[in-house]
Design a protein around this ligand. Structure first.
Ligand code: AMP
Length: 433
């Protein structure tokens, strides 16, 4: 299938071609025709599936084909949970809409509100916003939402997780009742379905597999290590394997700061990105990471949402997330756009229960690999994956080198044995749910 067959206009096809896209992704194939027809949408799709273009392209087309309202108030509103995602969606809207005469504004907190007033006053067709800052504008009467024709709720599950439900409901009350609404969420949890039932009108439902389960797979490995040696092991791995661009996850903002400071002391160019940083500091850290000035970016889960860096080769879980689904979001940062990625988790004994939760969710055990010189003092007791479904009978042989179920597999202490050599054992790819 090509983009031409989806019914997009020449200006949009040109912008898509400029990006080098040749084929629409599965979510684009399904969502674009439905949105062009004016239908509501409930789509389950994660970052990395091409979901942004799946709503942006038809939205742009609908705004250009229908006559404007003659006013200068937003005709499309896109809500996102985080500033980073708002900025990235804004970039996509500008990229895909570059040949169209539409005006875009992005408003989010953490930056001065003055320039946003000015931009809104100049007139906006498409407004991309985080809920809190949007309501600030509503309160100051600097934005009028009463002529919104299309509403997009991006990463809805995350908006609910972050406690935005009241803000969302308030915003809904300011929009016209007759409008097109598109909801995107990584999961169809009960709260999402409830929200959908109140916001959507006979929606088309689309569910696409996360890209990791189909197009790409992320190679995942767990390194058991004592907690107090994690930082040392991380520095060792980055240096030893010459990793040039590593995204490292910690559980807390404080932990992210501390780790970034320690890695910097180890001589690694490091930056941290989390909710307590100013927007300018977050944008700079991300930019420096993308450009290669910073080699290690330490992030918390919320701050990492929406980070879109193609070809990010390594993601490290310095600490496992409390919520198993966040593991999938984290490792989804690697192995994108046709590239293979590697997700490494450093696990101390206090995290074994989190590891089992993740393995239960993945319905697969993850490979354990003890790094020579960093043997843990605890016992990686067999952590059987509790079957969620009927256990499938395993046929065929276990690849040599793969660990027995859940048990730690010490790698022979081979002195200068290289990572490459260790990797040379048949690779075990684990689908990331
Ligand atoms: P998203 O899921 O919207 O975060 O998009 C993930 C990445 O896929 C972004 O870097 C997009 O630029 C890229 N992308 C979107 N659509 C396509 C396509 N049809 N072909 C190739 N890459 C795409």
């Amino acid at each position: 299938m090509t983009f031409d067959s989806l019914g997009l206009s020449a200006g949009l096809l040109r912008a898509v071609a400029d990006q080098g896209y040749t084929e629409p992704t599965p979510i684009q194939q399904q969502a674009i025709p439905a949105v062009l027809q004016g239908q509501d949408l409930l789509a389950s799709a994660q970052t990395g599936t091409g979901k942004t273009a799946s709503f942006t392209l038809p939205l742009l087309q609908r705004l250009t084909s229908a006559s404007g309202n003659g006013r200068r108030t937003p005709r499309a509103l896109i809500l996102t949970p985080t500033r980073e995602l708002a900025a990235q969606v804004g970039d996509s809207v500008k990229t895909y809409g570059k040949y169209l005469p539409l005006r875009t504004a992005i408003v989010y907190g953490g930056v001065k509100i003055g320039p946003q007033f000015k931009q809104l006053r100049q007139g906006v067709d498409i407004l991309i916003a985080t809920p809190g800052r949007l309501l600030d504008h509503v309160n100051q009467r600097t934005v009028d939402l009463s002529h919104v024709e299309i509403l997009v709720l991006d990463e809805c599950d995350r908006m609910l997780d972050m406690g935005f439900i009241h803000d969302i409901r308030k915003i809904m009350g300011l929009l016209p009742e007759t409008r097109q609404t598109l909801m995107f969420s990584a999961t169809f949890s009960r709260p999402i379905q409830q929200l959908a039932s109140t916001l959507l009108n006979n929606p088309v439902q689309i569910e696409v597999a996360p890209r990791n389960t189909t197009a790409e797979r992320v190679e995942q490995v767990v390194h058991p290590v004592d907690r107090h040696r994690k930082r040392e092991l991380l520095s060792h791995m980055i240096g030893f394997h010459n990793w040039e661009q590593v995204l490292v996850f910690t559980r807390t903002k404080h932990g992210a700061n501390r780790l970034a400071e320690q890695l910097a002391k180890d001589g690694l160019r490091t930056a941290a990105i989390h909710g307590n940083k100013t927007q300018a500091a977050r944008a700079k850290a991300l930019q420096d990471f993308k450009s290669g000035r910073v080699r290690v970016l330490v992030a918390t889960d919320v701050a990492s949402r929406g980070i879109d860096i193609d070809q990010l080769p390594y993601v490290v879980n310095f600490e496992l997330p409390n919520v198993a689904e966040d593991y999938v979001h984290r490792i989804g940062r690697t192995g994108r756009a046709g590239n293979e990625g590697r997700a490494v988790s450093l696990i101390s004994d206090d995290e074994l229960h989190l590891l089992s939760k993740i393995e239960r969710m993945l319905k697969q055990p993850l490979d354990r690999d003890i790094v020579p010189g960093y043997e843990p003092s605890f016992d990686m007791k067999a952590k059987p994956v509790e079957p969620v479904e009927k256990p499938r009978r395993r046929s065929g042989r276990r690849p040599s080198g793969a660990p027995s179920r859940g048990g730690a597999k010490p790698v022979a202490h081979a002195g200068a044995q290289s990572y490459g050599q260790r990797q040379a054992a048949p690779k075990k790819r684990v689908q990331s749910a």
